[in-house]
Write a protein that binds this ligand. Structure first.
Ligand code: ADP
Ligand code: MG
Length: 323
């Protein structure tokens, strides 16, 4: 069932910045979608618009068939059933973890509140620290409290705006894995926006690449990796080597096969740089004939600076890409 429909929305700010430019998107109930875009691409504006916190120039946003009204159309802007969580944790500093999570439930039935609190404290593994105050928690734990609080009233939509950018990589990796499991077990419908592809991949395989206020490509990780519709999308996943003298043809470093011996069709090159990475060495190859250089993966860690290399690649690995 389609829970969210964003139809051709346009939002410009003073000075003519078009933050959203005919943006469209639809989301199924229970789906977790990651929107990836560089800084300034309109991600925060999009989430604010979906939450009813931004007025639009044109277009509509429907949540379960109900039109979202902007701040100029509604007495109290925003919707309880659409929860937006930012990177700043926004917790009440003098309230405990439990009180923070329970805050939106004040007007709810006592029994329901208790039950919901227990469920969330368990799910988010916050039970042992339920009586602590935010400053007695790590950044990752604070962010979990903020997300648990947003989920307390069982919102139709959870919107996360770069919620991990203040966490260190280890905290982040653990939190992402926990959240992935939590969202799956609650069947929460989530939109996460981030500039970090790896964060996105840790949470969901449903991706939307956003650029200059527009959706560039929507699909699963595998679809976007194998069939990128532009250089921009292809280059999110890895460096891209341009095939000389064939306009718009590219090949990924991981698709190159490296040999010590020359043979028909192989491209001669020399290693000018090699670096150890966890799964393979990455090496830079200066192409003899065409000039320019390529990056290649060397999983056997066999090649060193100065070595002669002959390169081939399967034709089905060629990416034909426009800008
Ligand atoms: P992102 O979250 O992807 O970094 P934003 O949605 O914050 O992008 O911003 C998109 C564009 O809109 C940027 O060019 C930004 O400068 C502009 N913008 C965002 N908010 C405002 C505002 N309140 N007033 C004017 N320009 C804004
Ligand atoms: Mg932003």
């Amino acid at each position: 069932m389609c829970i969210l429909e964003v139809n051709q929305i346009i939002k410009s700010f003073e000075h003519g910045t078009k933050a959203l430019d005919n943006f469209k998107l639809s989301l199924e109930k229970g789906q977790v979608l990651c929107i990836i875009g560089e800084s300034g691409s309109g991600k925060s504006t999009l989430l604010r618009a979906i939450a009813g916190l931004e007025s639009l120039d044109s277009g509509t946003i429907m949540v379960q068939g109900e039109k979202i009204l902007g701040p100029d159309e509604k007495l109290v802007p925003g919707y309880e059933e659409i929860q937006l969580v930012h990177q700043q944790f926004q917790l009440y500093p003098n309230s405990t973890v439990e009180e923070n999570i329970a805050r939106p439930l004040l007007l709810f039935d006592k029994e329901y509140t208790r039950e919901r609190l227990d469920t969330l404290l368990k799910l988010f593994k916050l039970f042992p620290m339920k009586d602590r105050r935010p400053k007695q928690l790590s950044g990752g734990q604070q962010q979990k409290v903020a997300i648990a609080r947003a989920l307390s009233i069982e919102p139709k939509l959870l919107l996360l705006d770069e919620p991990f950018s203040q966490l260190d990589p280890i905290q982040k990796r653990d939190l992402l894995e926990e959240l992935r499991e939590i969202f799956a077990s609650l069947s929460t419908t989530v939109i996460l926006v981030t500039h970090d592809l790896l964060d996105a991949l840790a949470i969901s395989e449903h991706l939307c690449v956003m650029r200059r206020g527009k959706p560039v490509q929507v699909g699963t990780t595998a679809e976007l990796y194998k069939y990128p519709n532009s250089f921009y999308v292809a280059a999110l996943f890895s460096p891209i080597n341009k095939i000389p003298s064939r306009n718009g043809h590219y090949v990924r470093p991981g698709a190159l096969k490296l040999y010590r011996e020359n043979a028909k069709g192989r491209i001669p090159a020399q290693v000018v740089f090699a670096r150890f990475l966890p799964n393979h060495n990455i090496i830079k190859l200066k192409l003899h004939e065409f000039g320019g250089s390529w990056l290649a993966e060397d999983p056997s860690r066999a090649f060193e600076v100065g070595d002669n290399v002959y390169i081939s690649y399967p034709t089905q690995e060629i990416l034909k890409l426009g800008e």
